[in-house]
Design a protein around this ligand. Structure first.
Ligand SMILES: Cc1cc2nc3c(=O)[nH]c(=O)nc-3n(C[C@H](O)[C@H](O)[C@H](O)COP(=O)(O)OP(=O)(O)OC[C@H]3O[C@@H](n4cnc5c(N)ncnc54)[C@H](O)[C@@H]3O)c2cc1C
Length: 395
């Protein structure tokens, strides 16, 4: 995708500096969503989106495409970590995120399927947590059902799970098609292959972005580069750690037997099967914690082997399936598992958002609206307050 309404020659020969009302840095789901909401709240705003590589080349184009509710663990753990009100708000926000994505882009070939989702337990202790979660979710007005070991394995065509939580509102989509659809609706001009090297205060009313192609000047800036934020602002390593996640996908496997995506072992494994029969699986990071830190996109045979073991333990019918693709992506982990936004120190009008902790597809579209609110100076929403990075310094 290149700049809207420009010929190849005009694009090639752009003269810098470029000036815009708002510049968004990062062409993943968070940046494209911020651009979308900015356009819908302020239609006359001139927007540019700067991406160092291609749209969706970061984690957004490398994930499993789960649009889940809550966090990757269990509602009981969310309540322990964040308190009941925040846990309830998070579940509602991820549900709203999924519903909005379907409502706004469902007609756009994003391969969304409202098939429901399951969280499956690897241990009896996890099963107890999921049972308690089902009860608490009911009390909070959400639809979720606990299934014992026999029923969850029957539902999933699996073996060995100790229990599970079935969530009818869970969904999956094609993340690359989704991010492209969100961006198309933003009307933003797009410069790919353009990395931002530094952010500074401009002439007092503007923010200056030094890029690999020249200077871009904007009234406000949203930096949405998730795991890569510390490479631009090194002190941010306290709030965002780069962590690798690896996946594999198989060739089409005869009949489709897994009706919905599964998270299991406290979110450390995830599996889905596409309608064409291909199985996608990821996780096993907890078995290789030290090796999975950093920005490398290489896959490792040790972890990929563990994904194979996991699949054959729980889905023995797929044991012989040939693996077609193996890949990795870089996630941005926050200290408390929740994403954050903040202001770039000493640069008025520059905001950042990061730390999706392996869960950005489920929440980032809505957080794009939080970022648009901040840029436009609107009243902060309750979600804006929950994700404010000030929570780390206030403690
Ligand atoms: C293997 C894997 C599986 C996952 N599965 C799921 C899942 O099923 N469900 C879910 O909810 N989440 C999942 N996640 C997490 C999810 O993908 C991320 O949370 C989400 O994509 C983060 O989006 P983002 O836009 O913040 O970051 P990214 O998608 O990483 O986008 C950041 C962009 O910024 C660009 N960039 C970086 N530096 C610069 C710079 N200096 N200048 C310009 N551009 C720059 C990058 O090239 C990149 O395109 C998974 C992640 C991985 C890796």
């Amino acid at each position: 995708m290149t700049s809207a309404n420009l010929s190849f020659w005009q694009h090639l020969n752009r003269e810098f500096p470029l000036e815009y009302d708002v510049a968004v840095v990062g062409g993943g789901i968070a940046g494209c969503s911020a651009a979308y909401w900015l356009k819908s709240m302020e239609p006359s705003a001139q927007l540019i989106l700067l991406e160092k590589d291609e749209i969706g080349s970061g984690a957004t184009g490398r994930n499993a495409g789960f649009l889940l509710q809550g966090s990757s663990t269990s509602y009981t753990i969310d309540i322990e970590r964040y308190g009941r009100d925040v846990a309830r708000r998070l579940w509602q926000a991820t549900l709203d995120n999924r519903n909005l994505v379907e409502e706004l882009f469902g007609g756009e070939d994003i391969a969304i399927s409202g098939c429901g989702s399951s969280t499956a337990a690897g241990t009896d202790e996890e099963a107890d947590r999921l049972m308690a979660s089902a009860q608490l979710l009911h009390e909070d007005g959400f639809d979720a059902e606990y299934l014992d070991s026999r029923d969850i394995n029957k539902l999933l065509g699996s073996v060995g799970y100790r229990g599970g939580l079935h969530v009818p509102s869970g969904a999956v989509a094609d993340p690359v098609r989704l991010v492209r659809a969100v961006l198309r609706h933003s009307g933003a001009e797009v410069l790919e292959k353009t990395a931002v090297k530094s952010v500074s205060g401009g002439n007092g009313n503007t923010v200056d972005l030094a890029t690999t192609r020249g200077l871009v000047r904007a009234g406000s800036v949203v930096i949405a580069i998730n795991a890569y934020l510390p490479l631009l602002e090194p002190e941010m390593i306290e709030l965002v750690r780069p962590v690798r996640a690896q996946m594999l996908s198989t060739v089409p496997i005869g009949e489709t037997s897994l009706p919905m995506p599964v998270y299991s072992h406290d979110g450390y494994y995830y599996v889905r099967q596409r309608e064409d029969g291909r199985v996608l699986a990821g996780g096993a990071r907890h078995l290789h914690e030290m090796e999975e830190v950093g920005y490398s996109l290489d896959t490792t045979s040790a972890l990929q082997n563990d994904l194979g073991i996991y699949l054959s333990q729980h889905f023995p019918q797929w044991s012989d399936a040939r693996v077609e693709h193996r890949w990795a992506g870089t996630m941005g982990f926050s200290p408390d598992g929740l994403p954050s936004w903040g202001r770039v120190p000493d640069v008025a009008g520059a905001f950042w958002v990061a730390g999706f902790t392996g869960h950005g597809m489920s929440i980032a579209f809505l957080i794009g609206r939080v970022m648009a609110d901040l840029v436009l100076g609107s009243d902060q929403s309750d979600l804006g307050r929950i994700f404010d990075s000030g929570r780390f310094t206030a403690k």
